[in-house]
Design a protein around this ligand. Sequence first.
Ligand code: 6PG
Length: 251
Amino acid sequence: MSAEQPRVVVGSHAELQKVLSTEFSARAAEAIARHGRFVLALTGGSVAPAFFPALAALPIDWSRADIFWSDERAVPPDHPESNYGLASRLFLMPARVPAERIHRMPGELPDLEQAARRASDELKSIAGDPPHLDLALLGVGPDGHIASIFGLSAGARSAKADGTSRTGGTGLQPCPPVIAVYNSPKPPARRLTMSFPVIASAGQVIVIALGAAKAPVMRAAIDGSGETPVAELLRRRTSSLVLLDREAALS
Ligand code: 6PG
């Protein structure tokens, strides 16, 4: 796949929020007009408190939005570490998203393989097989991880590698849409994540990096030299939107 440069916007929080809101609204309108629904994946991390309240206030028909997560920690939904819980407080409740449109990953299940299968099935039932997201909103770690994909060859690999769930890294072979992660370097170690191909094939991908710790990895991802999940994502796609605060853009 060709590697066009991503669109990169550097700005203050307010400036980034404006760009994000414009892109989000346009994608929602386009998706609803085209296929009657807006299928999106949310992120956890610092992006949520920074931007979710403003997204919740957008004049979007949330009854047409199907909300998934790019990753989830293996905790119950009411746990302080839950990505769903965070989004619920900051986004879903204020936006009054109907319960049947909220498709959280069941991080509370003791059997993570079962949880991954259940999340994969739910994603496929709404977004098709292979699933197609209209929009994936992603944070990024200082090591270049996106969602809970922590490396190109091993990051999203299931510890119970069984031939089908080993390919979550770069996704060159078929792999389930959602896979279990047992060894995340970012706590907690046990997680669920959408696999790389689902994220990389989304209609639009918005990567948001906040803070100086992200600057080196984002510089390498944008100039095409990085060997990280975020770099590979930007390389694989013909278009993406990257939002950097001023600290994350310092070189
Ligand atoms: C999570 C996230 C993860 C996050 C990055 C960046 O579950 O933690 O979904 O992918 O977006 O780790 O997190 P920060 O923005 O907090 O650094």
